[in-house]
Design a binder for this molecule. Structure first.
Ligand code: GLN
Ligand code: ZN
Length: 763
């Protein structure tokens, strides 16, 4: 008989208990021991919930106080040089948090380790730093102690470990001649050592995660897999289940098939097509774990197709060697749908969060094991709900469909060429050389948060709140005029979040109250859920922008979040391709551009900070993604007349591989993150001969430091070496909402002064 299993459970807790405990601990309001006790309670709760929901093979060590990659970094002793002296000076726990969050005491400041996105999820891991002379040793026994903890509570678990190849694959190094993978021979003994300890503690199976197996791998990495697993396999008493997820094995299949492993987990939600190839090649006496329930999205599983896949596997592989599981860890799912009593009941009936997904796993397993009569009712209900969803008027909007059908090539095009547009815009705007601007938001002060909270609690009327926001806009317009900025913004005070603000005003989106998913450490986000065709019932930003423009004769830039970013930071429909959903969002935003333009707004910025992170994991799929992503941006901007200046903004510096797509977006002006890399990325724009205007960020808003006018002048001069003065803008590298006025005022003052100095020198 096949069995049910789970690859990992959300760890922040049903009510984000972990977040609050961590923040108390960091604020000095909770003792270390209390934090650890609360963490242990959460772990226990998660084992209980999973086993009560009929999961037979439970994970341990899926819990983390901050991040599972950082856990391994500490476990194998890969403490970066700059933190090492803290050892012994502070507790191991505080050293761990110092690596995650940075360290500040008296005169000493240590930068946190870098954080980056975990594959194509919105979870961020802490990037290990591996030195060429890196040594490793088994420095803590977290996987062992959590295994024992579960055992003492009556649960025999399968510990989860991030595998050595993925660990090194995700690492970085400062030495360009060295690749972290070269450290593998030193790392493997530590993993072997750990496995031996796990065996001694009574562990039988270990789940070893190697998600990098769904990426394009070079020959060296494939060879590394063979070498590493030959050694790991030798640990007496331990059986290894190699877990892959977020995609198919594709051309890594034969590498995996030749590994001496005892079991394999594959993702059949992202890549159902890989089942036959795996069944044909994978030995029948090994365990095959089928990821059939989507760990990455919020929809109820269509049970019958999943059961059909599982039965096919059972027929060919034998059900006794099968496991039924979610596609990946449930870390990426909200915790429990039962908490959402305010959600539209119809939409709610279509959803499954982590706890509900466990039950779906159990139902599929029951079907494989021939217990059809016990689940007949569940299946009938599932069929009915899916049919209801397919037919629901909440999902389908014929007007949206009709409009999409009308879209032809002309929708994606501006009328004139960039040169023509630029001339017309300049006639309207009369901007000086090296125009100065900001990216949109101004500091979100305690006062703003307070008024918003009062309004949300019903203790402030809409009129009072709106007039408060108007005062803020007046203030920020006056300040920008005094500072002498050339293109002003309204400050975005009415927005808490750049996606939520738009999603709340669009049709087709739903919002949860407790649907939190971990973003990093103690931070969680609550992504909107796109359930239906998207449309815009009314203008979303026009009133605020128009109001701001009425206060000044300088141009005020309208501020929109782009379609790709709204898509990327939401849970998306699984009943149509992402591209289709994105196109609908684009059409809605297109209407907003048109309305802003009609209201007299001459400059409109469409932010796309998530464009890059939407890139598919496999290179072969990237071009297709970039094509539709660029199309969606152009669908938004295409309605602008030649006189309207379209800006876009992206807050990262890696453009080398997507510069062609960035150029195809054809924004009149692009602002980008550049100050941290000291303008190095401009080479890419130069070599590519990027044709339009560029504003490389010259004020690093991620740091409280105020750049001096001299520093800014030298950055502008550096930029001028590769970008002609006529196409260069001067701006910070992102929005200012996380900064304080005390920093922003002098920084922007210096920014304007620097631009003026350079302007004078060159004109
Ligand atoms: N306009 C947004 C702001 O200034 C852009 C934010 C972003 O790029 N993430 O806050
Ligand atoms: Zn940004």
């Amino acid at each position: 008989m096949s069995a049910t299993s789970s690859l990992g459970y959300p760890r922040i807790g049903k009510q984000r208990e972990l977040k609050f405990a961590l923040e108390k601990y960091w604020g000095g309001k909770l003792q270390e021991q209390e934090l650890l006790t609360q963490a242990a309670q959460l772990r226990l709760e998660h084992w209980v919930v999973q086993s009560e929901n009929n999961i037979q093979v439970l994970p341990s060590n899926d819990f983390s106080l901050y991040d599972q990659v950082l856990d391994i970094t500490c476990m194998v002793g890969a403490i970066p040089e700059r933190f090492r002296h803290l050892r012994g000076q502070v507790s191991d726990l505080d050293l761990y948090f110092a690596m995650a969050r940075g360290w500040q005491r008296e005169s000493e400041q240590l930068a946190a380790m870098e954080m980056t996105k975990w594959f194509d999820t919105n979870y961020h891991y802490i990037v290990p730093e591996i030195a060429p002379d890196q040594e490793f040793s088994l420095r803590d026994f977290k996987p062992v102690s959590e295994f024992i903890e579960a055992k003492n509570a009556g649960f025999l678990t399968r510990p989860v470990l991030l595998g050595p190849i993925s660990f090194l694959f995700l690492s970085k190094t400062t030495d360009s001649l060295f690749s972290p993978l070269q450290a593998l021979p030193k790392l493997i003994p530590v993993y072997c050592d750990l496995l031996t300890h796990l065996a001694a503690a009574g562990a039988d199976w270990v789940q070893i995660d190697e998600p990098c197996l769904v990426l394009d791998l070079d020959e060296k990495t494939r060879v590394a897999f063979s070498e590493a697993y030959a050694l790991l396999h030798d640990t007496p008493g331990i059986r290894l289940l190699l877990a892959t997820y977020f995609g198919g094995l594709g051309d890594n299949l034969s590498t995996v098939m030749n590994l001496p492993i005892n079991g394999l987990h594959i993702d059949l939600v992202r890549a159902p097509e890989q089942l036959d190839a795996v069944l044909a090649a994978f030995p029948k006496d090994k365990i095959l774990s089928l990821g059939l329930v989507d760990g990455r999205n919020v929809w109820r599983t269509p049970l019958e197709p999943a059961i059909r896949l599982a039965k096919r596997a059972a027929q060919q592989h034998g059900s006794e060697n099968l496991l039924i599981a979610p596609s990946c860890s449930l870390l990426f799912s909200p915790y429990d749908l039962a908490l959402e009593d305010e959600l539209d009941p119809e939409v709610r009936s279509w959803l499954a969060f982590a706890r509900q997904k466990l039950n779906e796993v159990a139902v599929i397993n029951a079907a494989v094991n021939g217990k059809e009569e016990t689940i007949a009712q569940v299946l009938a209900e599932n069929r009915k709900i899916l049919a209801d969803r397919t037919a629901s008027s909440l999902v389908h909007d014929t007007q949206v469909q009709e409009r999409l059908n009308q879209v032809d090539a002309s929708y994606y095009r501006r009328q004139g060429s960039f040169a023509q547009r630029k001339r017309l815009q300049q006639e309207m705007l009369h901007l000086p050389l090296l125009p100065t601007t900001t990216i949109g938001s101004f500091p979100q002060t305690a006062e703003i948060r307070k008024q918003r909270a009062l309004f949300n609690q019903g203790n402030l009327s809409l009129e009072e709140y709106n007039s408060f926001l108007k005062q803020q806009i007046q203030h920020v317009i006056r300040i920008q005029e005094e500072l002498g900025l050339d293109v002003l913004v309204h400050g975005e005070f009415e927005r808490t979040d750049m996606v939520e603000y738009f999603a709340e005003q669009l049709h087709g989106f739903a919002f949860t109250r407790h649907g939190w998913v971990q973003s990093y450490g103690s931070r969680a986000v609550r992504p909107p859920i796109i359930y239906g065709d998207v449309s815009r019932p009314a203008p979303m930003t026009v009133a605020w922008t128009r109001y701001a423009q009425s206060l000044t004769t300088k141009p005020v830039k309208g501020m929109l979040t782009g379609p790709i970013t709204i898509l990327q930071w939401s849970f998306v429909r699984d009943d149509q391709p992402r591209a289709g959903t994105c196109r609908q969002i684009a059409l809605a935003l297109r209407d907003e551009v048109q309305d802003l333009q009609s209201a007299g707004v001459k400059i409109i910025q469409v932010d796309e900070p998530a464009l890059r992170e939407g890139l598919p994991l496999r290179k072969s799929q990237r071009e297709a993604y970039l094509d539709w992503a660029v199309d969606c941006f152009r669908l938004v901007a295409g309605v602008a007349t030649d006189e309207t200046q379209i800006h876009t903004h992206m807050c990262y510096a890696e453009f080398a591989d997507i510069i062609g797509a960035i150029a195809r977006m054809d924004a009149d002006v692009i602002s980008i993150e550049a100050s941290r890399s000291k303008m190095e990325l401009l080479d890419t724009f130069h070599q590519f001969r990027y044709p339009n205007d560029i504003g490389p960020g010259i004020y690093d808003i991620h740091s409280p430091q105020v750049p001096s006018a001299d520093e800014i002048v030298s950055l502008i001069e550096k930029a001028l070496q590769v970008i002609p003065a006529g196409r260069l803008w001067v701006n910070p590298d992102c929005g200012l909402k996380t900064r304080r006025w005390e920093e922003v005022m002098p920084a922007l003052g210096n920014l304007v002064a620097a631009a003026r100095r350079v302007r004078q020198a060159i004109s």
